[in-house]
Design a protein around this ligand. Sequence first.
Ligand code: PLP
Length: 334
Amino acid sequence: MKLDDLPRLSLGFLPTPIDDLPTLGAELGISLSVKRDDFTGFGGGGNKVRKLEFLMADAVEKGVQVVITTGGHQSNHARMTAAAARKFGMEPILVLRGNRPDAWQGNLLLDHLLGAKIDFLDPDAYFEQVNPLMQQRADEAEAEGKKAYVIPLGGASALGAMGYVNAIKELAEQYTAMGRKAPDYIVAPLGSGGTLAGITVGCSIWWPETKVMGISVTGTAVPFDQRISAMANDAAELLELDRRFDASDLLIQDDYVGPGYSIPSDAGNAAIKRAARSEGVLLDPVYTGKAMAGIIGSVENGTIAKGSDVLFVHCGGTPALFPFSGQLTTDLES
Ligand SMILES: Cc1ncc(COP(=O)(O)O)c(C=O)c1O
């Protein structure tokens, strides 16, 4: 099926703007721009709004009443899914990795305001229990006569990836209208992988010369290049494209995770302050700060050549700045 023929509900304020970062770019010796997907707007904004346009269209078409998904304590995906469920008159249920908090901060606060029912899973038990618990919640809803829809972690599926196939179409149209040639690199944070899978498929259609780079912010059992090429292949199949991808098509940087998923890193925190103080752009400690650290590190170690034209996809995440204020203000003490 063609991208434009897939059911899609409008959620985001699209197209999002493209901003140049001339000061930071000049310091690094590259031409640096940013796709402001932190401004997708709906439900506090971020990359998942694009995925949810396709996933929620599917849910609405199926007559769903309860939407269930999962993520970390500070999951932007869970927050945006809860908002989307509410917009379409559905009940959100979130299964979050982490114990019941003392302070409801950042995305957790927003989840509560959106009236999501939340199950907290101890981090050590999470991977074993998350899928059975989401299925249990779906079964309970069905037993009450309510149709349930489970969205996987991060909305990472072929259908969710369509959001970023569509984003590349949008970007290619914007660049053409501005008279700009396609960038040498497009760089995005990499969590569950749906964003990068969509970008990979989209670039193969509209920007075939552009290199796609993912900066991972988490560990993974199945290597990212395998996982994302498989998801990109499912997405290509959904679009009835004959192209296929393998692990060697993906450029993934694994050196910027730091101590672990959702644990701020020194390099990520430094990148947050550098972007804020050179350009007034706000990043977050879980995803986009680490991704910016990856761009800075990749230029410094020569992976991205000086003089390259680099487009960074700002995927949002600003609500997660606030719960990490302690780690981001250690420099105040010295
Ligand atoms: C702000 C932000 N950036 C990046 C990502 C990673 O996107 P993906 O899970 O599609 O790899 C997420 C995922 O939740 C996110 O919230």
